[in-house]
Design a protein. Structure first.
Length: 157
């Protein structure tokens, strides 16, 4: 199914997030092109990826998409609550990755990768299709501009 235009940028973000999630879960088996098997390097990469990509993505969802979805279909409330909780868990991981404990670093990187993958797949397979089916087209068109204001500056060029 083709994604509605207002959600395309969020879906593109998901593609990049899935690449990161897969590498984290592959651990020492991941390809080394633009990557390292050093857990400290990976933690630093996750922090930078979060700051540059995930934080603005989460903000666009939490301030624009989630409230819009909640106002058009009350059945989406449990989905929205789950997604917000997952955002909070990922933020907690990133706080940890800023000053990681070596003992748990590889395990936490793997867990973050699993959570990120599950989160993205849930949004793409469950939440976005429900939004597209429930939110009126004119509203979806209107929120596109609101979502774009949270895009990193380099994405707007």
């Amino acid at each position: 199914m083709k994604r509605h235009d207002s959600l395309i940028d969020l879906s593109r973000d998901h593609h990049e997030g899935l690449l990161l999630a897969m590498r984290l879960q592959q651990g020492k088996k991941s390809l080394l092109h633009l990557w390292s098997h050093d857990p400290r390097w990976q933690a630093e990469y996750v922090v930078k990826f979060f700051d540059d990509h995930l934080a603005p993505h989460f903000e666009a969802e939490e301030k624009v998409l989630f409230p819009t979805a909640e106002s058009y279909l009350k059945d989406l409330l449990p989905m929205v609550h789950r997604l917000i909780e997952e955002h909070a868990r990922m933020r907690s991981f990133v706080v940890y990755f800023r000053r990681p404990d070596e003992k748990m670093l590889e395990t936490n990187l793997d867990q973050f990768g699993k959570l990120l993958e599950e989160h993205i797949r849930y949004e793409e397979r469950e939440f976005f299709p429900k939004c597209e089916a429930s939110i009126p087209i004119d509203v979806l068109i209107d929120i596109k501009k609101d979502i774009e204001q949270y895009r990193p500056q380099r994405d707007k060029q």
